[in-house]
Every structure is written in C-alpha cells, then in structure tokens.
Write a protein that binds this ligand. Structure first.
Ligand SMILES: NC(=O)c1ccc[n+]([C@@H]2O[C@H](COP(=O)([O-])OP(=O)(O)OC[C@H]3O[C@@H](n4cnc5c(N)ncnc54)[C@H](OP(=O)(O)O)[C@@H]3O)[C@@H](O)[C@H]2O)c1
Length: 321
C-alpha cells in the first residue's frame, strides 16, 4: 500500500482526502516514479470542482518530479534511479505515480527536485505562449495578469529576456514586489488597469495580452490592445469568460482572440523536448528564477487548493509526500 489524495466526488477542497491505495506499478511503456515533489496547478482546482470532466474517484495532479523506481516493458531510454519530471501525468498527488515514458522529462543536474516539480507545467506554458501562440519580438509591449503567480513570474522573466516591455497586474503590495523583482516594467492593481495601460502606451495599446484571470479581466484586457493586437485567454482564475460576439473584434480594431492549452503545444517528442530543454536549461544556468512560494505536506492538499483559489499564494505551490 501507499498513500494518495483521493476525491470520491466533485466539490470544494474538503473532498481531497489522504487515502491508502494499492501500490501502482509500471505497465508497458511506463515508468513508476517515487514522487519527490508535486506541482499544484490551477487546473487541478477546476477538475476537483467538476468544471472539467474527470472520472471519480479521482486523484488530482499532472505535475511531479521524482526518481524512477520501476521501468515498464519496452522502455529503453530510462533506468531505475534516474530523476524525471512530468507535466502530463495523471494522479500525481501521491507517494508513487505512473507516467508514460514518452511524457517524462529527464531532469538535468543543477535543477533541484523542487524546481523540477515547479517548472514543467507553468514553464512550458509560458514558453509556448510567447513562442508559439504569439511570437513576442524585442521592443514589443505585453500585458500579463497575475504577475506574482506561478505562470506570471516565469512569463515575465522570459519576456524580459526576450527584450519586451512588460506591464502586469497584482492584488497586493507583497505581490507587486515579487513582480518587480521578476523584471516587470510596470506593476498595476486591477482597478482601472485598462485606462492606465492606454496611458502607459501613449494611447497606442499593447501588442498582446496574456490573460489567465479570465472573467474579471477579459473585457478590460480587450480594450488595452492596439489595432490588430492579440488577446490570448489562457485561463480563468476568476471564472470562465461568457460567450462572446465575434463582431466585436471588428469594432475594437481587427483584433485576434485565441484560447490555447498546453496539451496542444506538446504534440510530439521534439516539441516537448524543445520546450522542456529551454526551460530546464534556463533554470540550471541561473537565467530563470523558480520561486516556490508555498509548500504543504501531501496530506494538506485541501489547504493548498484553498490558498491557491483564495489568492494567498505566490509563485509555485508544491506538495511533498
Ligand atoms: N491554458 C494553459 O495552457 C494553461 C496552463 C497553465 C496555467 N493556466 C492558467 O493560468 C492561470 C494561472 O495559473 P497558475 O497555476 O500560475 O496560478 P497563479 O497565477 O499562481 O494563481 C492564480 C492568480 O490569479 C489571480 N487572480 C485574479 N483574480 C482571481 C480570483 N478571482 N480568484 C483567484 N485568483 C485570482 C491571483 O493573483 P492576484 O492576487 O495577484 O490577482 C492568483 O494568485 C490559471 O487561470 C490557469 O488555469 C493555463
């Protein structure tokens, strides 16, 4: 037996219970991982609540780092004892988890177990947003919300390394300090942000908005864009954006809108390797700071969800088995 978080039905954080489960084992093409650290992500809260359809009983989590304990039949690239991580696991809120070998990421020396659990999902998300969804060029101006969050801190650092000007929003003084330390040029509060962004861009507007807050910021975000600018809605931390009349894009200046997700940007081993190598190498080389803001024992997964949804966290949230 080993321990895992199990929810028997969708609901609030209290449905997440530490439970004794059968010890999993690696099937063909799989790896059994002894989990060192679990990455908590906003999507875990949507799944727990039933916003996204998942089967129950359900163990949350798609991100973790750890050591290979068992290698399944047919797997040639990995050995027992090697350190790996993933952003595409299932049921990683556990002491042991099984990962498809083709979705595992080898962890380079110089990247700690904690950083390896913190980086894959939010780091590869920041990577695809600025390289594939909208290829940000040096000198462009970008608005990104929740600048002290997990994605936010990484996105800001990658954008500054690219040579972009970064305007971001946060809800508190402490978060403002963190966003500035990550390199943000302008750090705003949410109230009145759209008008302030117009002022800061001399009326022109920003080239692109990366908006993971959703419901509460979407309208304001749209109004900050330059003509033919790009609205990238990549999440709904404040709730989902209601249906939208496409005709408005015309009136607002021939805007573009997209709603991407990570899975569609990890389509083959080359693409996965490109994104993970760039992110892990930047961290190993000291060019990308990975801030773990909160750590909780596995048993306190419910509290981790409460704090993430309650805007109490900064940077990455981890669970440790
Ligand atoms: N599409 C994709 O591929 C993809 C991948 C990863 C993440 N995401 C999305 O990216 C967003 C950020 O994810 P994350 O894991 O890095 O979380 P996070 O940014 O660390 O946490 C969410 C932050 O959103 C802000 N926020 C604003 N209004 C909020 C509200 N009403 N309730 C809760 N939070 C609110 C809070 O920062 P302030 O207090 O500063 O406002 C909060 O800390 C989420 O929407 C997530 O679903 C999407």
């Amino acid at each position: 037996m080993s321990k895992a978080i199990v929810a028997n039905q969708p609901g609030g954080p209290e449905v997440l219970e530490l439970t004794d489960v059968d010890q999993p084992s690696a099937g063909p093409g799989q790896l059994l991982i002894r989990v060192a650290a679990v990455g908590v992500n906003f999507i875990d809260t949507y799944e727990r609540q039933g916003v996204y359809n998942v089967p129950f009983p359900y163990t949350p989590g798609s991100e973790a780092s750890g050591t290979i304990e068992q290698v399944g039949e047919g797997v040639e690239d990995y050995q027992v004892g090697q350190r790996v991580a993933t952003a595409e696991g299932r049921g990683t809120y556990a002491e042991y988890t099984v990962v498809d070998a083709d979705k595992a990421l080898p962890v380079p020396d110089g990247v700690s177990d904690e950083a390896a659990a913190a980086l894959p999902l939010q780091g590869m998300t920041a990577h695809y947003l600025i390289n594939s969804t909208y290829k940000v060029e040096p000198g462009q101006t970008v608005l990104t919300h929740a600048g002290a969050g997990g994605v936010g801190l990484l996105l800001t650092q990658l954008l500054k390394a690219r040579g972009a000007r970064v305007i971001t929003t946060v809800s508190s003084e402490e978060k403002e300090q963190l966003a500035r330390a990550a390199g943000a040029d302008e750090v705003l509060r949410y109230e009145g942000f759209a008008d302030r962004v117009r002022e800061l861009t001399d009326g022109r507007g920003v080239d692109v908005v990366f908006d993971g807050v959703g419901k509460e910021t979407f309208e304001g975000s749209l109004s900050t864009l330059r003509k033919r600018g790009m609205m990238v809605l990549f999440g709904g931390a404040s709730g989902q954006v209601p249906p939208f009349d496409l005709q408005r894009l015309n009136a607002l200046g021939s805007l573009f809108v997209t709603r991407p997700k990570l899975k569609d940007h990890l389509l083959n081993p080359q693409e996965r390797r490109w994104r993970s190598d760039e992110i892990f190498n930047a961290a190993a080389g000291g060019k990308l700071d990975v801030r773990v803001g909160e750590r909780y024992p596995l048993a306190e997964a419910a509290q981790a969800h409460r704090d993430l949804q309650g805007r109490k966290t900064t940077g990455k949230v981890l669970l440790t088995p």
